[in-house]
Design a binder for this molecule. Structure first.
Ligand SMILES: *Cc1c(COP(=O)(O)O)cnc(C)c1O
Length: 378
């Protein structure tokens, strides 16, 4: 007899994902009473621990309280949200901007709002899970193209009958650290009358132009382009933002269910993110990060690194068990680096996902590279 109490079978040990309750302290992580160097954080610029950002958040909480108390459309709206939206739109070069609770909520809400079953969504195979979930929830017909393969995408677009289309891609890919060809994607969007949604959660704040990949490729503000960014990564906070034309953003203010039916962000977070944006714009931390990336790539040039020039430096291992063994040896030597395995990445491509931060010192990066060489040769 089937038994509904057993629906949720435990995950086999080999695939189990474990929480690792810890506290972070700059570039360190305190885990099971041990201090490990953290190469597993998306706090790329160290803004999560920046004094000025923390002070802005603390003062806002002490003055105005913590929660917003309601959705923005009820009574949870706050001047700080509008201020931050205007600053982001201006900095990123778009007509308008809308804040959302998180990147996950932004992508799920956006795709399910823009697309319906009469629409086709074309998605890079390695897109973030939130983009895939949004596409599925929308009910649109979903086509996935091989990673960064614009020839395959062009064939799919040419093959399908005309109709509403959205092309969807990460900007900087979260598990590979490589970058989408924004110009090429825009060209196809123009040719086949599609919209282009770019999620640059990992590119904004970290690339040589801190405005991110669409700015690097001079496409920011293109009328076919919708861009998602998050505060959880380089901004060191939490939350997300959507950028696009006035018409698009106004449409979303009326229809984006993950914003309308969800409590607004804590206003103090917006105050903190205004401070974070000020620092991102200065570019000093991004230049530190860029120097650390160059330093690590030079030191680890003979290791099986993925071809990435961003803060995400995956060390390709292949075998799941071997990836776990290397991660465990690194922990024993004082380095926290996560082993990323399927289903987060395609099977046979288990890897160590090393993320670099502006907070890492040259000596810390040298120590990681040296330890990796010893462990991989063993
Ligand atoms: C982290 C991430 C998200 C999710 O953002 P959250 O604000 O953490 O929910 C979405 N897309 C990409 C590409 C990401 O890396």
């Amino acid at each position: 007899m089937p038994d509904s109490r057993n629906w949720f079978a435990p995950t086999p040990d080999a695939l189990r994902r474990a929480f690792a309750a810890s506290r972070r302290d700059g570039s360190w992580l305190v885990w099971r009473q041990r201090r490990l160097l953290n190469f597993a954080s998306n706090d790329y610029l160290g803004l999560a621990v920046c004094k000025g950002v923390r002070r802005a958040a603390a003062e806002a909480i002490l003055t105005h309280g913590l929660g917003s108390g309601a959705s923005r459309l009820v009574s949870g709206d706050d001047l700080a949200f509008h201020h931050l939206e205007r600053a982001l739109a201006e900095w990123k070069g778009y007509e308008d901007c809308l804040l959302v609770g998180s990147g996950m909520l932004a992508n799920i809400g956006l795709l399910s709002c823009l697309a319906d079953r009469h629409c086709r969504i074309y998605a890079d195979r390695l897109n973030h899970a939130s983009l895939l979930d949004g596409a599925r929830l929308s009910g649109a017909r979903l086509r996935r193209y091989a990673h960064r393969d614009l020839h395959m995408l062009a064939k799919q677009l040419a093959h399908d009958p005309p109709g509403r289309r959205i092309i969807v891609s990460d900007g900087v890919f979260s598990m590979d650290g490589d970058c989408a060809d924004i110009r090429g994607l825009i060209r196809l969007a123009e040719q086949y009358d599609a919209l282009l949604l770019i999620d640059d959660a990992h590119g904004i704040g970290t690339l040589p132009d801190p405005r991110g990949l669409t700015a690097m490729q001079r496409q920011a503000g293109h009328p076919r382009l919708i861009e998602v960014g998050t505060f959880g990564k380089a901004f060191g906070g939490y939350g997300a933002f959507i950028l696009g034309t006035h018409a698009l953003i106004e449409g979303l203010r009326q229809r984006l269910r993950t914003m309308i039916y969800s409590t607004a962000l804590p206003p103090a977070l917006a105050d903190a993110m205004i401070e974070a944006l000020r620092r991102v714009r200065k570019g000093v931390r991004t230049r530190h990060l860029q120097r650390n990336i160059a330093r690590f790539r030079a030191l680890a040039h003979d290791l099986p690194l993925a071809p990435s020039s961003t803060a995400i430096q995956p060390l390709m291992v292949g075998d799941n068990e071997r990836a776990l063994r290397i991660a465990s040896k690194l922990r024993a030597s004082g380095f926290y680096v996560p082993a990323i395995r399927p289903p987060t990445v395609p099977s046979g491509t288990a890897r160590l996902r090393i993320t670099l931060s502006a907070l890492h010192t040259p000596a810390q990066i040298e120590a990681l590279a040296a330890r990796l060489k010893i462990i991989l040769q063993a």
